[in-house]
Design a protein around this ligand. Structure first.
Ligand SMILES: C[S@@+](CC[C@H](N)C(=O)[O-])C[C@H]1O[C@@H](n2cnc3c(N)ncnc32)[C@H](O)[C@@H]1O
Length: 259
């Protein structure tokens, strides 16, 4: 597991996401994610790979009992400081999503994992853990870069302007290859900070979910909100071709070990 990039930029990430999420979260990815999450009041919610916990706090404010888990100790430290300043009853754990032994079987109504599965090295084991900790008929809602249209290093935009027409193309190669790529973020203390992104084809996600007893029940491709369109140069492009997806999967049977 490589999380040192997240450790290095924990302070920046916490300030950047704050209490509401950044533009990409707030105005593009979160609206369909929150719609699928639905009413959370009175529910047990696990925020898996919770980062600075801004979604954990949102759910807790809506009356959910929330546990947040992240592999980065510095990020969890920041989430805990926010909890200390404004107590909402959230418990945070530092743990790899693939090994959630501190959580009991069958306790959560809802597991959320926002823009993190692509960071998780052992995503198959994380899926098995999600299936284990969910109640029967419990739901997992997660977002990730769209496997068909976004792959670090081998996908990109091609904006073709042949007056009077603008055509938006999204290029993608090496789709079927399960690869890991370094994602450059920023410089902290004179050092380049990278995280790792794992690309898996869409069929891999569906197959692995099914092997864990999780059936896909919804699939969304976030469309830019007015706020995103106004603020991001990528807004009109993403309005045509989605670079993220949000998946809901329900626990339908006892979990099994993925192939
Ligand atoms: C892009 S951030 C998303 C954080 C948060 N869900 C959000 O939407 O702001 C990815 C997160 O995944 C966490 N992460 C990476 N690998 C992990 C693993 N194996 N287990 C748990 N968390 C992990 C990182 O520490 C980081 O907080």
């Amino acid at each position: 597991m490589s999380i040192s990039g997240w450790d290095q930029m924990a302070e920046w990430w916490d300030n950047h996401l704050g209490e509401e999420g950044d533009l990409w979260h707030r105005a593009l990815i979160d609206p369909p994610l929150l719609r699928l999450a639905g009413e959370v009041s009175g529910k047990c919610v696990l925020d898996l790979a919770c980062g600075n916990g801004y979604l954990s706090r949102r759910f807790a404010r809506q009356g959910a009992m929330v546990i947040g888990v992240d592999a980065s100790a510095p990020l969890i430290e920041r989430a805990r400081s926010r909890e200390a300043r404004d107590p909402l009853g959230i418990t945070y754990h530092v743990a790899d999503a693939a090994h959630l032994s501190m959580l009991e079987d069958g306790v959560f109504d809802l597991v959320i994992c926002n823009m993190a599965l692509m960071d998780i090295e052992q995503a198959d084991l994380a899926m098995r853990e999600v299936a284990r900790v969910l109640k029967q008929a419990g739901r997992w809602v997660f977002s990730l870069p769209h496997p068909c249209f976004d792959k670090v290093g081998t996908s990109g935009w091609d904006i073709e302007q042949i007056s009077p027409t603008t055509t938006i193309w999204r290029k993608m190669s090496h789709y079927r290859e399960m690869t890991v790529a370094e994602v450059p973020w920023l410089r902290v203390s004179g050092q380049d900070v990278h995280t790792r992104a794992y690309h898996r084809p869409l069929s891999w996600y569906i197959r692995t979910l099914h092997a864990c007893g999780l059936a896909v029940s919804a699939f969304e491709e976030p469309e830019p909100t007015e706020e995103f369109l106004a603020a991001s140069p990528q807004g009109p492009w993403i309005a045509e071709i989605p670079v993220h997806c949000v998946i809901e999967a329900c626990k339908v049977t006892k979990e099994a070990t993925p192939d």
